[in-house]
Design a protein around this ligand. Structure first.
Ligand code: GTP
Ligand code: SPV
Ligand code: MN
Length: 610
């Protein structure tokens, strides 16, 4: 048994509550060694991981990692929120009693790190000094070195963050045990993976994965599930799966900030990293704050403030290239210490590749391995069309590497939020943008956000898979109180953000092409929204919000078929009436939904002539 006290003392870890916590779980997991990590240790840990073959070189200060082939994405079915209060059960949070889950996870973790090093990662999910700092401190324990390397990039990692806590007992206890990945029965009735947030005890227990949100516990387990619960329990803030960006107008000198929720893999990273379309580039400049999580609170001046609790980007690799996302390409260039996971790798040249990186895959197959590590050159004809990279393969890089990172991204004050936008993948009905000025109607719109039903989700034609506020997989408390908490927080502002629903994914009914070019041109819709808010344009009232008139939308240099633009800026009332019925059924699932939300629903239905 390791002398935990001696190791923690030598590492300068002074917090007695942290010491007790580490000792307890070191005992349960049976780890052979304990090591406290600060970000300064990264270079050494990288060398150790390279020497052990856990990561591979991928160019100058770039690294490649591969996860077990049955462990390549966040698992929604195995994710649980547990508390001591059965009233915390919601429709989406997969609630279980805390005592049952703690016992279950303790059993699974017992002895499961035997022979391994348990890394102690003190972290902060906020800029130091933030008004929400007390909700941001955590200590992750993990028996997996590549997970440590990812945490060093995604969170602020330093022993000082938990030595100097205002309340030394107020930190999230986040235990990650990898488990025997080859024997966990992933996807079978005997699945042994459990990803549990014991929200009212601020404890996270994840067993059975080394990938992404399952293993980097600062990110969605703490940054979203735990923080959303804390924000509600304290009545002080919102924690949402939102991107956060700034728009600088070089002519007027004004700066706007927009936060927005799009379901996973629906364009948050791309929007937050976007550059202005060429013709507008002299005037407008987009600044990156965050691409996956925003915490929002009301400032003393009555404005809504927001900040990105993360310190890095865990971005979808697929289709990332110089045209779609040049900023991302720069953020993962040689020298950035970025880590690529589950993309294709060339063992001879150390290059990486993924679908959409270049129009065609490398012609010379020599040395190329697919994401599972199998040589591409040895593929059978039946495998010839399999992707080289996993569709959910990702890159990990720190915020400081993003070329358009906002100068003030690390400021504890956060930034005032002018607008909150929602957007999903919707092939019809949803126009390019519709603005909503009423608070309850804005919250109602977020609660009815959805993305198209795919082959995986059974649904009626035209019906969405609803993903309220893009939080469906991260919801930690019931939906009725969630809506009430939104109304309360934004209701406390004296300078309200404007709401809007955006859709970059509308398609032509006949040939299926995207009506809107998307990517950089998305800025045009956001600029109109800022002009509407400041009264520079009026827009056109529709039953479901205010739409831009064709003259108001800045189309300088935009290449679009005028008929497509017409369609993007009109409302299909019949489809909307059908949607209203689906929405009522969706909202009826939620207990204690505030009357203000139902009233908003009825107003929209009446506007449509229902
Ligand atoms: P998570 O990290 O999973 O939460 O996802 P995200 O919302 O950050 O998604 P991301 O920005 O990585 O986008 C996912 C996919 O959407 C990528 O394949 C993009 O190429 C595609 N995409 C993003 N923006 C647009 C757009 O404006 N138009 C079109 N057609 N596709 C887009
Ligand atoms: C998502 O799935 O929405 C992500 C990736 O952002 S993960 O961190 O794995 O949840
Ligand atoms: Mn996400």
């Amino acid at each position: 048994m390791v002398d935990v006290d001696a190791v923690l003392e030598a590492a300068g870890l002074k917090n007695d509550h942290v010491r007790e916590y580490v000792k307890y779980w070191a005992g349960i997991t049976g780890a052979a060694e304990i090591e406290v990590v600060s970000v300064e240790d990264d270079a050494r840990l990288v060398q150790e991981a390279l020497a052990a073959g856990e990561i591979l070189p991928a160019g100058e200060d770039l690294y490649y990692s591969r996860s077990y082939y049955k462990d390549t994405a966040r698992s929604e079915e195995r994710t649980i929120v547990a508390t001591n209060n059965p009233a915390d059960k919601g429709v989406y949070n997969n609630w279980y009693p805390a005592a049952e889950m703690k016992e279950k996870l303790t059993g699974l973790m017992r002895g499961a790190s035997a022979g391994k090093t348990m890394y102690v990662i003190p972290y902060l999910m906020s800029p130091p000094g933030s008004p929400l700092e007390k909700y941001a401190a955590g200590v992750q324990l993990t028996d997996n070195r590549p997970v440590v390397l990812h945490m060093n990039r995604m969170a602020r990692v330093h022993v000082d963050f938990i030595n100097n806590l205002h309340d030394p007992d107020s930190f999230v206890r986040a235990v990650h045990v990898t488990g025997d990945l080859e024997n966990l029965g992933q996807g079978t009735p005997d699945d042994k993976r459990y990803f549990v947030t014991v929200a009212d005890e601020r404890m996270i227990l994840h067993f059975g994965s080394s990938y992404g949100g399952n293993a980097l516990l600062g990110k969605i387990a703490h940054g979203l599930r735990q923080a959303a619960y804390d924000g509600w329990a304290s009545g002080k803030f919102l924690a949402e799966q939102f991107m956060l960006l700034g728009i600088v107008d070089r002519v007027t000198g004004k700066k706007y900030h927009i936060a927005g929720g799009f379901p996973s893999a629906s364009g948050k990273t791309n929007l937050a990293m976007t550059l202005s379309p060429g013709a507008l580039g002299d005037r407008y400049y987009v600044e990156f704050y965050g691409d996956d999580i925003a915490w929002m609170w009301v400032g003393e001046d009555g404005k809504l403030y927001g900040m990105n609790p993360e310190n890095g980007v865990f971005g979808v690799a697929k289709d990332t290239n110089e045209n779609t996302n040049p900023t991302a390409v720069e953020a993962i260039a040689p020298g950035t210490k970025a880590i690529f996971t589950n993309v294709a790798y060339n063992a001879k040249t150390n290059e990486v590749w993924w679908e959409g990186r270049t129009p065609n895959p490398p012609a010379d197959l020599d040395g190329w391995l697919d994401w599972k590590g199998n040589p591409i050159a040895d593929r059978s004809p039946a495998e010839a069309n399999d992707p080289w990279a996993h569709p959910n393969s990702r890159f990990t890089t720190t915020l400081a590497n993003v070329p358009n990172i906002a100068e003030d991204y690390n400021e504890p004050s956060g930034v005032p939020i002018d607008a909150i936008i929602f957007g999903g993948r919707t092939r019809d009905r949803e126009p390019l943008i519709r603005a909503i000025t009423d608070l309850a109607e804005g919250v109602y719109d977020g609660l009815t956000l959805g993305a198209e039903a795919t082959f995986a989700a059974d649904g009626l034609d035209g019906q969405l898979r609803y993903d309220p506020m893009s939080m469906r997989p991260f919801m930690s408390y019931p939906e009725g109180p969630y809506a009430a908490h939104w109304l309360k927080i934004i209701g406390e502002t004296t300078d309200k953000p404007i709401f809007a629903h955006v859709n970059w994914f509308q398609r032509d009914a006949k040939d299926g092409h995207f009506l809107w070019p998307g990517y950089r041109d998305n800025l045009r819709a956001l600029l109109w929204l800022m002009q509407l808010k400041s009264g520079e344009v009026e827009g056109i009232e529709s039953p479901v919000g205010i739409l831009p008139s064709k003259d108001e939308l800045n189309t300088d240099g935009l290449e679009i078929d005028p008929a497509d633009l017409d369609e993007l800026l009109t409302i299909d009332v019949d489809r909307w009436k059908q949607e209203t019925g689906f929405r009522a059924a969706h909202l009826e699932q939620f207990k204690d939904l505030p009357e203000a939300i139902w009233a908003a629903h009825r107003r929209v239905a009446e506007n449509l002539g229902e």
